[in-house]
Design a protein around this ligand. Structure first.
Ligand code: USQ
Length: 383
């Protein structure tokens, strides 16, 4: 299959590109290095430096003999994106090209505007470029479980049957993002749904929880192929942050009460889910929404798991509850369905002690690069 990956330099985009290429698909990646630029501007560089996208493709070819084509281009530029889609004629398009950090989107006006403009503009451009130049292409869009928020009822996979005054209708599940970033994903879903029902696009929207991990079948072949691994408050997701904090001897930063519960998944499972979505496209005029996570934990449970795994390799990790910089419920009901991907064939890689230990050992080999100043939260929702 010809697969175009937008945002192919990111934490998920690059491993996805390698995985699909290794499986025999014809893969092209596009990226404008937005995340690298924001990381530099906010002192949020990853734990270890990553080669640029062109060098990554060269290293991947050396390690595997497989090819990935790369274009450095800004997907918010419609003329550029339509040229790429017209020339490449993708059968599947994976859209990761968004500003992915909730804290960054809450930093101030400029950061909020960049997040809103970039994320919505790229989604809008993808829709139009596909409609005009590759209308049979299946769009696989990365959404987030954070679109649903933490409602006091079970979370369904995308849709809710509503009965009102004796009549029934299926609607998009009610959504309430906890940051501007999460809200842009809600708006993306609405845009996609409008164009799906009006013009017959084919779309899968993946509601993904926080991802953790470093190793995939491909990234484990050569250290140059590892994904960008962040532990700062802007781009680092909670599990990756806790692992680095444990190794650095910094108490783990549980925000507030620590009862915040989310659905988590291993980076390897992200790749498998995207592959399953691409290889099982939806018919024209369907918006399929899949909840993409494998197990749910509270922040306190995560911290306990990291403490236990650390103990096994002689690290005495500690936990420190600090004032929550975010506006979110710290104790709440959480029961999100996630059956569809399992039924499609996903075999979860769960967060075992072994998985956490392997990550900690790798992080330990980069220990001298950890900058403790990057760890504490710098962005506060409660202005
Ligand atoms: N948290 C802590 N301590 C920390 C960092 C985070 O207690 O040091 C808490 C947060 O307050 C939150 C939970 O851990 O309750 C998850 O935080 P996170 O930073 O791992 O995740 P989030 O900001 O929601 O965003 C990440 C990705 C985003 C993706 C989202 C999936 O950056 O791109 O969409 O996970 S979800 O959380 O399901 O919306």
């Amino acid at each position: 299959m010809r697969v175009l990956i937008l945002g192919g330099d990111g934490y998920l985009g690059w491993p996805t590109a390698m995985n699909l290429s290794a499986l025999g698909h014809n893969v092209m990646v596009v990226d404008n290095y937005l995340r690298r630029q924001i990381a530099q501007q906010t002192s949020s560089e990853p734990l270890f430096p990553n080669p640029n996208l062109i060098e990554r493709c060269d290293a991947f070819r050396e390690a595997t003999g497989c090819d990935i084509k790369a274009r450095i281009a800004d997907c918010s530029d419609y003329r550029l994106l339509e040229e790429i889609i017209r020339d490449f004629q993708p059968e599947g398009l994976v859209h990761y090209a968004e500003q992915p950090s909730a804290p960054y989107s809450m930093q101030g006006f400029e950061e909020a505007r960049l997040t809103l403009n970039n994320n919505l503009q790229v989604t809008f451009n993808v829709i139009w470029a596909v409609l005009e130049h590759a209308p049979n292409c299946h769009i696989v869009k990365l959404g987030t479980m954070g679109e649903y928020g933490t409602p006091n009822i079970d979370i369904e996979e995308g849709w809710l049957d509503v009965s009102h005054n004796g009549r029934n209708q299926k609607f998009l599940y009610p959504r309430q993002g906890g940051s501007l970033y999460h809200t842009t994903k809600v708006l993306d879903t609405d845009l996609l749904w409008f164009y799906v029902r009006t013009y017959g696009l084919k779309v899968t929207d993946l509601m993904q929880g926080p991802v953790y991990g470093l190793y995939t079948d491909e990234s484990s072949k050569d250290r140059r192929l590892l994904p960008n691994f962040h532990y700062d408050d802007i781009f680092g997701t909670v599990v990756n942050r806790f692992i680095v904090q444990a190794v650095a001897g910094v108490p783990m930063t549980v925000y507030g009460g620590g009862g915040q519960t989310r659905g988590y998944l291993n980076l390897k499972d992200t790749l498998r889910c995207v592959q399953l979505a691409l290889e099982n496209p939806v018919p024209s005029g369907e918006l399929r929404i899949l909840n993409q996570f494998t197990e749910q934990f509270s922040v306190n449970e995560l911290a306990e798991r990291v403490v236990d795994a650390a103990k096994g390799i002689g690290i005495n990790a500690t936990v420190n509850s600090i004032p929550n910089p975010r506006k979110e419920l710290e104790s709440h009901y959480y029961n999100a369905k996630h059956q569809n991907l399992i039924e499609m064939g996903l075999k979860p890689t769960l967060m075992s002690t072994e998985v956490l230990t392997e990550m900690m050992e790798t992080v330990r080999s980069f220990e001298q690069l950890i900058v403790p100043e990057k760890i504490l939260p710098r962005v506060n929702w409660n202005k």
